[in-house]
Design a protein around this ligand. Structure first.
Ligand code: CP
Ligand code: NVA
Length: 321
């Protein structure tokens, strides 16, 4: 067991297998305590959080705001209309001031650099609520969901079909430590970021897993257990929409693609979903774990907030990862 108190949660790249499993176990433990046992567990009584959003959010905002309250703390939601963040006041000064008011801050930002500034200039743990590079909270919820569905994630093959974006980047950072192999299909020019590919390669070597890259969705899906996609037009890319819809033609996840996957295939999507990247037949099929994963956003968010603030020892058995 290693304490995560005081750490930042900007990317899973810096978290070991033990630490990632610990975060997932804590999430599973909290889910049982609150949902199954109806326990009134309030370890964060008197603690407060700032939830800063430069972009819209349903899941990240609501899971963290309600989750922090369930833990006994108070979370303040701050939209761009509420807070001076880089506008009217520097990010550096904001970080210093917020550190005096709250115990932890989550931020959803356009530029990952803003998170780095918050984390280096403030004195409190910073949680990434999505940047252009990473979405680590989503990856945790996805792996919690896969663990629940398959009983263990070790040895699974995940196929990504779509844009080389923040969602796949975070899945890649957690995959290797958890023993998961990844096959990525992206159109030319929309590959995962080179630095992420490099980091993933090192992790794969360390943990003995594999990453495979292709421009052919069918090839990526061949024999895969889990097929994952996301919107082709991420927040901030609205002006590229027409061009992207053309480039990503042929990348829509449909039953033909899923037909070449493993017999036990499932589908994941971080949501919000547009109809271009996956058709209704797959998205609303019993194989789709998109909604269970969305629900798990709450337990994983609570796990991260709690773990960065104080040590929590699960009382429920450790799931198999
Ligand atoms: N998946 C996800 O982060 O959703 P929101 O944009 O609604 O937070
Ligand atoms: N890739 C999407 C994820 C939204 C949760 C975006 O960045 O908009």
């Amino acid at each position: 067991w290693s304490s995560l108190v005081g750490r930042h949660f900007l990317t899973l790249k810096y978290f070991t297998k033990t630490e990632i499993e610990q975060l997932l176990w804590t999430a599973a433990d909290l889910k049982i305590r609150y949902k199954q046992n109806g326990e009134a567990y309030r370890p964060l009584e008197g603690k407060s959080a700032a939830l800063i959003f430069e972009k819209r959010s349903t899941r990240t905002r609501v899971s963290n705001e309600t989750g922090f309250a369930l833990l006994g703390g108070h979370a303040a939601f701050l939209s761009p209309a509420d807070i001076h963040l880089g506008v009217n006041e520097s990010v550096k000064d904001t970080a210093k001031v917020l550190s005096g008011f709250v115990d932890i801050a989550l931020a959803r930002v356009y530029d990952h650099e803003t998170l780095l500034t918050l984390s280096t200039e403030g004195y409190i743990p910073i949680v990434n609520g999505l940047s252009e590079i990473y979405h680590p909270l989503q990856a945790l919820a996805d792996f919690q969901t896969l663990q629940e569905h398959y009983g263990s994630v070790k040895g699974l093959t995940v196929a990504w079909v779509g844009d080389g974006n923040n969602i796949i980047h975070s899945l890649m950072m957690a995959a290797a430590p958890l023993g998961v192999n990844v096959r990525v299909a992206t159109p030319k020019g929309y590959e995962v970021f080179p630095q992420v590919e490099k980091d993933a390669g090192k992790l794969a070597e360390q943990y003995g897993t594999s990453f495979y890259y292709t421009n052919d969705p069918m090839e990526a899906c061949q024999g895969a257990n889990v097929i994952v996609t996301d919107t082709w037009v991420s927040m901030g890319q609205e002006e590229e929409k027409a061009e992207r819809l053309k480039v990503f033609e042929g990348y829509q996840v449909n039953m033909k693609m899923c037909g070449v996957a493993a017999k036990d295939w499932t589908f994941l999507h971080c949501l919000p979903r547009k109809s271009e990247e996956v058709n209704d037949e797959v998205f609303y099929s019993p194989r789709s774990l998109a909604f269970p994963a969305a629900k798990n956003r709450k337990w994983t968010a609570m796990s991260v907030m709690l773990s960065l603030l104080q040590d929590h020892t699960p009382t429920t058995p450790k799931p198999k990862y």
